[in-house]
Design a protein around this ligand. Sequence first.
Ligand code: ZN
Length: 87
Amino acid sequence: MTKLERLKAEARETATLRGHMLGRFKASVITPESGKGVERPAAVAYCDICAAFVVVDPDPPQGEPEIRGQAMDGDCHPIEGETHESA
Ligand SMILES: [Zn+2]
């Protein structure tokens, strides 16, 4: 298993614990915001329920997480959820 595959599995596990249903990971590239360095390969997946995303970055800059995204930071909330359940 490559590092990217391991990170994908880890991201999926974390997202699932938060109630998300991640779709397939797709290959992507990350362009450094600083403008320094080169684009690097990454993988992105979206939750089928709330569309939160996860980015897997196998080679992040120092101090940056390898896995990040809305699906890691928050629980799943359907976009068109039932509003009358909160009462
Ligand atoms: Zn979700």
